[in-house]
Every structure is written in C-alpha cells, then in structure tokens.
Design a protein around this ligand. Structure first.
Ligand code: PEP
Ligand code: MG
Length: 593
C-alpha cells in the first residue's frame, strides 16, 4: 500500500491596496480587532459541511462557558461571590436548550453558515423579549446580548482584545479605530495597523503618524480576509497589505527598510540644526502633539516647540472632563518640558470625528463635521470653556504658552471667545490666582469663511495657523474620514491654494505670523509651495520633523517664490502638484519615497 504523502502547501501570497497614512514597514502576526458593529458574513453551506458547523458551534459554546466561569471566578475573588452571581444568568443562556435547538434546526433547514444562523436566532430572541412589557425579561435581553457577542467572537475567531492590554507584538486589523482607541495603542505591542475605513487626515491616521506606527486605511473588507495570527506585511509608504508574504517579498521589504533606516541615520545628523533655507530664511518648524508624553518625540526629532497641542485628547477615555486643576497641571507640564520653545494650546476641538463621552459634543448629529464642534460647542458652554481658559492662563506663567481657537468662522466668534477669555481673567484676578495677563491669542484658519475674511480676522488675532485638514475638507466638500472619496481630497486644488495665499497676504499686511499645522505641512512634496506662498511656520507630526527640516534646508526662497508665482494661473491641482514634485525632486529627491 502506498503511503499518502502529506504535502504542506505554502499559503498563497495575497495583497490588498489601501491608503498609506503613516510610513514604515512592519511584518508580523495579525490581530483582527473585532467590533460588534461589524457585519456578520453570510454564505450557503452544503450538507457535508453540517457536522463541521455544528462542531464549531459546540466549541464556541464551550469556550464562552469557560470564559464566563473564568470571569465569575475573578469577580468572586476580587469582590465576593455575591457579585459574581450576576453571571449565573449568562451561563444559563449558553446552556439554554431551546435556544441551542432552534439554532441547530435553522442551520439544517436554511443551510447557511453558523455565525449567520446564530446571529439571526439570537437577534429574534432579543427582539421578542424586548417587546414584552416586563422589566425582568427586558433585563435578560442584556444578558443574552452579552452572551451573543461572546459566542459570535468565538465563532468568528476574533477575541475581544483590549488594545491597551496586548502583551505580544501584533499588526492590528480593524474595521475602524476611533481616536479614543488609537490613543490607547502601545507602540511596544502594536507593530502597525490597517483599517477598512478612514483616510489620510482622519484623526486616527494623524495619531498613527504621531505614534510613528506604520499604517494604512481604506482596506475594504480586510477584516473578512485576514484571520487572527495570519502573517502579514504592512507597507505604510504605499498602503499595501500583504498576506502570507513570500520569501521574495520579505527580502524586498527588508531592503526598503534598510534604505529607510540609512536615511533616518543621515537625518539624525541635522537634528539639532535650525530649519533655515539655503539663502537664510528661518522657517519655524514645530510639532503637533496629542498628549504630554509626545514631547519626548518633539525633542528627539529636533522640533522648535509645539505648534499645535490638540488639548481634546486629555478629555478622551474618561467618565468626567478634567477639572481646572488637572488641566492646569497638564498644560504646565507641557509648557515646562517644551522650554525654551513655545507651546500653542488649541482650546477644545471636540466633535467631528472626535466624540468625547464626558463632553457630549456632536453626539447624534447627522453631520458632526458641520455641527456643534470645537469653538461652537465652547461658546455654547461658557462655564465649561472658561474652566479650560483659566487653566491655560494659569499655566502660561510657567512657560511660553499661546492660545489658539479652532474652527473660527468669522470675527464674531473670535470676539465672543475673547470676551470669555477676559471673563476668565477677571475670575482669576478676583480669586487672587496668578495668571499670564498678555497671553498671545491666535486662531486656526480652517473654514473657508475665515480664510475669505482673514483681512478682518488678522486685525484682532495675534497669529494664524492654517488647519489644512479641515480647510480642504470644507473647501472641496470632501468628508475627511470617508475612504470612498479620499482620492478627491486634493491639497493642491487651486481653490485651496488660493485661500492659503489670501490668508498669508492678510497676515503679512497686518504684521502677524502665519503657520500651517494641518497634515499638508508635513508633506515634503509640498514644502516648496508652502514656503513660496510665504508661511512662517510649519507644525508637523514629530516623526516628520527631520524630513521637513531637510527639505527646508535644501530649498532657497528664490526657487520657492518662483514656484508660487508660476502656479498662480494653474487650472488644476494635478498641474500644481506636478510642479511641486519637480522642485522637490530636484532639491531633495533622496527623501521622496
Ligand atoms: C486641521 O484641521 O488642519 C488641524 C490641524 O486640526 P485637526 O486635524 O485637529 O482638525
Ligand atoms: Mg481642524
């Protein structure tokens, strides 16, 4: 008898194209971060698949039971057996014969995959119980929902990981990661991440760059394609995710990684130099931060202070908003660490894609980016706003702090915000609390109406910082988090460039400085254009500082000015981009990947 030869076939390499959002290459095991809101896959099965599907179901029930017993055990030893008994009801659900039998009947009858059948049956159970006017039964729905999610996770092979408690390096694959999720990521264990939704300027992408974690977004259906522990390579430069990479692919990626590391070593040499063009124009190069701990990277990468501190991150992942004292401590710490450089604290920008439970701004709005976001929320909640303003005013005597209001659409908002600032000063004075009297106050120019009225705003603002992420979103009407239209998001659109030019001219005519703190500032393909348009400052993700510094040092104002002049009549973003690329390539081609 001939022995059967078991030939282990190497898993086939497959690649998925997404949108690159944070550079770098990583290779490792995937962890599919499953969120309940995701779609349950549905497909037909044959009769011969039935035993396998039933076995899968039984295994999921056993695993869920073990999980529940484990939790019960932990609760019992931590807070006593009385509290642990709340899980008895959950255990009854996993053992409920009526439910199990119904699932099995439907599985045989409908011949659809077990995940789908189980989801359908339990959903119907929950709906039926919910409709009965009995508080006890309605409470049971919560237990069934919980068990349902647990069983589904086991069926789908997607464990309920907490992103902040990983203890082994992984590449996270998720439908979406909110800024609140991303802020919890531990760089030690998160090699990179890929999501199905999002775009380059979503706050999740911005966080990825800030954390310097390779990542890509817009990988449609990737959660269905990748399983836990699959081996993947994520290329954050091109947005390509490769499943089961071949040895050849791995070798290619190793080469790219080496080239990048060599470039980074060269850039390290200019870390402590100033970002001055070759003909002597100093462009202030500062960094954007989300949390005080980011200051380490600001210094490490040689930035001149903080051009944008997104203060709303202090409000994330907590039941209550931080008190005035807590905010004061936080801002004071940032200002002290940034010394001798300055820190621009942006007042709370909640809303849009940053939902903050304890603030409840933008909640349930149909169009949160056009809703009660940022300064609009703060002006509607003056007590809340003044708490932050007092904390900033107090901290400003401990370091070089400037204040910046987000989402200003016109002069009235600026004036109303300043009135509240004066009230906050009055309150501190009355309480005898020391604070900085002459805080510089600037605005973000990120709404087209602000750019169009920059000549008016410049008379009452101490500085401008152009928030191109939103300015582009609102000018071209492109939702900045929607991957389906991400290709239409065009920083070089002539309409956008024209607005930036207007803002710079308005600032110059009033003698105030103007910076750019949107992601456009960190895109070295566009540095010649921004310099040519006359901006004084660029504030970028800390990890991008060395590249931008090198780009600035490689340019001269003559070339940049000519470029800005040349594109005045350009009719399309593509033409402008092409001209920018030509200048960038000629002056620092080795930086462009
Ligand atoms: C911007 O809009 O460009 C900006 C820097 O602010 P945020 O990305 O936080 O909206
Ligand atoms: Mg903005």
């Amino acid at each position: 008898m001939q022995g059967s030869v078991i030939q282990k076939k190497a898993a086939e390499e497959r690649s998925f194209q997404g949108i690159a959002v944070a550079g770098g290459i990583c290779h490792g095991k995937a962890l599919v971060y499953w969120q309940e809101a995701e779609q349950i896959p549905v497909h037909k099965i044959s009769e011969s698949d039935l035993p396998q599907e039933i076995a899968k179901f039984e295994a999921a029930l056993i695993a869920t039971r073990a999980e529940l017993l484990d939790i019960q055990q932990k609760i019992a030893s931590a807070i006593g057996s009385k509290d642990a008994s709340i899980f008895d009801a959950h255990l009854l659900v996993v053992e409920d014969r009526t439910l199990i039998d119904e699932v099995l009947r439907k599985l045989e009858g409908e011949r659809k995959n077990i995940e789908y059948v189980f989801d359908q049956v339990t959903e119907r159970y929950c709906k039926t119980l919910q409709a009965i006017d009995d508080p006890y039964l309605r409470e049971r729905v919560v237990d069934i929902e919980d068990v349902r999610k647990r069983v589904l996770r086991h069926l789908l092979g997607k464990q309920p990981y907490r992103l902040n408690t990983l203890n082994e390096p992984h590449i996270i694959i998720a439908h979406n990661l909110s800024p609140a999720d991303t802020v919890l990521l531990n760089k030690k264990y998160v090699l990179g991440f890929a999501t199905e939704v999002g775009s380059k300027t979503s706050h999740t992408a911005i966080m990825a760059r800030s954390l310097d974690i390779p990542s890509c977004v817009g990988l449609t259906n990737i959660c269905q394609e990748i399983r836990n522990d699959d081996i993947v390579v994520l290329d954050g430069y091109t947005g390509l995710l490769t499943l089961n990479p071949t040895p050849e692919s791995l070798a290619r990626y190793r080469t790219i990684k080496k080239q990048q590391e060599a470039l980074e070593e060269r850039l390290e040499l200019i870390r402590d130099t100033i970002s001055t063009t070759s003909d002597g124009r100093h462009i202030i190069l500062s960094a954007n931060i989300e949390l005080p701990k980011d200051l380490e990277d600001v210094r490490k990468n040689g930035a001149e202070g903080v051009g944008l501190y997104r203060s709303e991150y202090l409000f994330l992942n907590r039941p209550n908003a931080p008190t005035e004292d807590e905010q004061y401590e936080n801002y004071r710490l940032v200002a002290q660490r940034a010394k001798p450089h300055s820190v621009i604290i942006r007042s709370l920008d909640a809303g849009g894609d940053k939902f903050i439970d304890n603030v409840r701004s933008g909640e349930g709005e149909r169009n949160p980016f056009l809703g009660c976001r940022a300064i609009r929320f703060c002006l509607q909640h003056p007590h809340f706003f003044k708490t932050q303003l007092r904390a900033i005013l107090r901290a400003a005597i401990e370091g070089n702090i400037r204040l910046m209001y987000p989402m200003i659409s016109g002069i009235n908002e600026l004036r109303r915000a300043n009135i509240l600032l004066e009230e906050a000063k009055g309150e501190l004075k009355q309480a005898g609390v020391p604070f900085c009297e002459n805080l510089e106050v600037g605005i973000m120019v990120e709404i087209p109406s602000a750019a169009l009225t920059a000549h008016i705003l410049a008379q009452e603002a101490d500085f401008f910082s152009i928030g191109t992420n939103d300015l582009i979103q609102y000018t071209i009407a492109i939702d900045r988090v929607n991957e389906r239209i991400a290709h239409l998001y065009e920083p070089t659109h002539p309409g956008v460039i024209r607005l930036i030019r207007m803002v710079v001219e308005a600032a110059q005519s009033q003698g105030i400085w103007v910076g750019v703190c949107g992601e456009m500032a960190g895109d070295i393909h566009l540095t010649p254009l921004l310099l040519g348009l006359g901006v004084d400052e660029l504030s970028v993700g800390a990890s991008l500082v060395p590249r931008v510094k090198k780009a600035v040092q490689s340019l001269n104002m003559g070339v940049c000015g000519r470029l800005a002049q040349e594109i005045t009549q350009a009719q399309s973003g593509a033409v402008i981009l092409e001209k920018c690329l030509a200048v960038a390539q000629a002056h620092y081609g080795e930086l462009l990947f």
